[in-house]
Structure formats: C-alpha cells, structure tokens
Design a protein around this ligand. Structure first.
Ligand code: ATP
Length: 254
C-alpha cells in the first residue's frame, strides 16, 4: 500500500540558491512526521512545494501514490492537503463560527438559485455546515467562543481555531508550520493533545514544522532533520535525540 504522502528527492532553486536539495519524506495516515532544522534550512519551502505555492525544480510528490507536484494550490487542497502558516491568518473581524462557515463554502450543496430560493436542499446543506462547525469548535475547546470575533481570542485559541478551520475542508493531510510559536506552556500542552486527537481519532497524517523540541519529541512518530536544504537525519525521536550530526548541527545550539 502506498503512503499517504511520499516525497522523493525534492529540490527547489531560487536563482543561484538551492533552498531544498534532495529532501525525501514518507508519511502514513495516523502518523505525525516533524521536520526540524535551523532557521533557513528550507522547511517552509518544502511546505510551499507540497501545497502548490511553488513548483518544485525537481523531485516527485505523491499523495496516495498519485503525483501532485506542479498542480495549482486549489486542486491540491481538494485532494486533501491543508496547511497553516507561521503567522495566524484568520478573518479577525468575523466570529469564530463565521470563520469556520466561510471555509466550508465548497462543501455547501448549493448554487446561486438554490440560495436565492432557499430550497430544502440549500437549508439542509446550511444546517449541516453549521453542525460541522459547532462540532469542531467543541473539539478544539472553543465551544464557548463561537460568537466572539476571532481577533479578540487569546493567541492559543486563535491557533486552535485555525486548526478547526483546516478541518472544514475534510483533509487527510494536515500541515502545521510552527504551530507552537508564541504559545505558553499550557497552550502548547493543549496543542499537543489536539494534534494527538487528530491523528488517533480522525486518522489524519500530520506534517509538522516546529522548533519546540519537547513538543516535537513528545508527539512525533518520526522526525526528519534538514540542514541547509539537505536531509541530515531521519528516525524516531529516540534515534534523533542521540544522533551525533543532529546534536552538532541543531540540538547542540540550544
Ligand atoms: N521566494 C524565495 N525567493 C528566494 N529565496 C527564498 C524564497 N523563499 C525562501 N528562500 C530562501 O530559501 C532558504 C530556505 O528558507 P525557508 O523559509 O524554507 O527556511 P525554514 O527552514 O522554513 O526557516 P525558518 O525556520 O526560519 O522558517 C532561505 O535561505 C530563504 O532565504
């Protein structure tokens, strides 16, 4: 059986700079794979290639065995890949609930006339979207915040709302770019529990870029270390923790 995500020999060149050079990844459903490495190592560039924001200079990206490299971002989202960004990107002037409803527009079983006439199918579809949004607000611990403006939520809550919004597209692969940045230890624990729930109860594959080593070591099934665009090591948290090259290049800096 093919992996959920298989990346082979990915390369991304920006003019004279080879930002990603020969990175390979393999991630199954119900797995958390973390990418770690120093600033500028090329991690976000890998994300941008996977989501179609960049067209890779070389390499293959397979989702369930099907090549997706070079496809536009909206087609990749439809195939089940969704991501968050280093900085929170919510609609701050909308409520938490509205943020989740907007994200479901593609799943609404409607067209312009159905909406205009408020047909039974349109109403049913609207009701399902509302239920789905409430379910996820509950799962991420924001049931009480449904009607609060997203911009007024605490930072950790905004991060969790972003993850709930990702879930509105019914992804199979969730990619989180430094989700613990700016969180306090309590919020980081909540985030860790949420990632575990997404993997274990919802069967997602999770690809994580993260600098918070206790979180990475505590939640990852496997870790890939990237240094100056190139893969440096790959293994379980226990293997990575005592890998001499990793200690020298990265962990040793801490
Ligand atoms: N669009 C671009 N044009 C030119 N260079 C770029 C572009 N995007 C990234 N780079 C360069 O590619 C290299 C890798 O950057 P990238 O953001 O992928 O690193 P990173 O590992 O995600 O770093 P960080 O942990 O700081 O987010 C850097 O040298 C960066 O300056």
């Amino acid at each position: 059986m093919s992996a959920l995500l298989e990346v082979r020999d990915l390369a991304m060149r920006f003019g004279g700079l080879l930002a990603v050079d020969g990175v390979s990844l393999s991630l199954g459903a119900r797995q958390v794979l973390s990418m770690i490495g120093p600033n500028g190592a090329g991690k976000t560039t890998v994300f941008n290639c996977l989501t179609g924001f960049y067209r890779p200079s070389a390499g293959e990206i397979l989702l369930d065995g099907e090549p997706i490299q070079g496809l536009p971002g909206h087609r990749i989202t439809r195939k089940g890949i969704v991501r968050t960004f280093q900085n929170v990107r919510l609609f701050r002037e909308m409520t938490a609930l509205e943020n989740l409803l907007v994200a479901q527009h593609r799943h609404l079983n409607t067209n312009f006339f159905a909406g205009l006439l408020k047909t039974p199918a349109f109403r049913r579809s609207e009701r399902q979207a509302l239920e789905f949004a409430h379910q996820w607000l509950e799962r991420v611990g924001l049931a009480d915040c449904a009607n609060r403006l997203a911009g007024t939520l605490a930072y950790g809550q905004q991060r969790r709302l972003e993850i709930a919004r990702c879930m509105m597209t019914r992804p199979r692969l969730l990619m989180l770019d430094e989700p613990a940045a700016g969180l306090n230890p309590r919020e980081t624990e909540d985030l860790k529990a949420l990632i575990g729930l997404l993997r274990d109860e919802h069967g997602l594959g999770v690809l994580l870029i993260e600098h918070d080593m206790p979180l990475v070591m505590g939640i990852s099934d496997r870790i890939v270390v990237i240094n100056q665009g190139r893969p440096l090591a790959e293994g379980t948290p226990a293997q990575i923790r005592c890998h001499p090259e990793v200690i020298k290049a990265y962990l040793g800096e801490a």
